[in-house]
Design a protein around this ligand. Structure first.
Ligand code: AMP
Length: 224
């Protein structure tokens, strides 16, 4: 089972990613966790990315794509399944992740989209802040992370819809309810995954059409 998750902060991708990984016995590849681990250990990479995390901005694509490649190679050796949590976050990462997957013959079977509205996400993240003290769980930084999600992450959803691998789930309900629905949907798909040959899958748009997405520079799009 090869799953990637697209979800705004607070929608439960960490929780649901762990559930999917345990259920299918596959690696849970969470870029945010990997980055926070570097920050906590004060590695060179951690010191370089800490400011981005603290401000709620995306770290440079190449940093997370290098992490992804390494984790995907390990996942291949472990049987070929994976659940991606927190990547891809923009159109450039989506294309790059697809190309890494194609090279390793393990592109995603399912793009799982967790939907929830901003007011609920803000409420959940502020509640989490009281427990976990993450540096990016302040109201101001949460608002910035939600803005990044709407600007550059959510546009990639239509790319997966066009590929025919999108599954959307209402994540406004409790974690166990959402988890049950996700596992039911993935289990229902499981028998078909290995029997659909690559050439029978929908074509993937790797042209420049998506270039309007994934623009992170504040200067872009403001000239008019
Ligand atoms: P998360 O735990 O997924 O909410 O990620 C926490 C923070 O890590 C984000 O706000 C970003 O600063 C950084 N991050 C995680 N994944 C990515 C990614 N794929 N691309 C860029 N930055 C990322």
């Amino acid at each position: 089972m090869r799953v990637l998750m697209i979800a705004p902060p607070g929608a439960g991708k960490g929780t649901q990613g762990a559930l999917i990984a345990a259920h299918f016995d596959i690696p849970h590849i969470a870029t945010g966790e990997l980055l926070r681990d570097h920050v906590a250990r004060r590695t060179g990479l951690g010191l370089a990315v800490q400011g981005y995390l603290d401000r709620g901005e995306l770290v440079p694509d190449q940093v997370v794509l290098d992490m992804l490649r390494e984790a995907m190679v390990a996942a291949e050796a472990a049987g070929g399944g994976f659940v991606l949590d927190g990547i891809p976050r923009n159109m450039h990462q989506a294309r790059a992740a697809y190309l890494i997957g194609r090279e390793l013959r393990m592109t995603a079977d399912v793009a799982l989209h967790l939907q929830a509205d901003d007011a609920e996400l803000m409420r959940r993240l502020l509640a989490r802040a009281a427990l976990e003290h993450r540096s990016d769980d302040t109201a101001e930084v949460i608002a910035q992370r939600l803005a990044v999600y709407h600007d550059v992450t959510s546009p990639i959803i239509s790319w997966y819809r066009d590929r025919g691998i999108l599954v959307s789930v209402d994540a406004m309900r409790s974690a166990p309810q959402v988890g049950r629905e996700i596992l039911a949907a993935l289990e229902a798909m499981r028998p078909f995954l290995d029997v659909v040959p690559e050439q029978a899958r929908l074509p993937v748009d790797l042209t420049g059409l998506g270039d309007a997405f994934g623009v992170t520079s504040p200067a872009a799009g403001t000239s008019g």
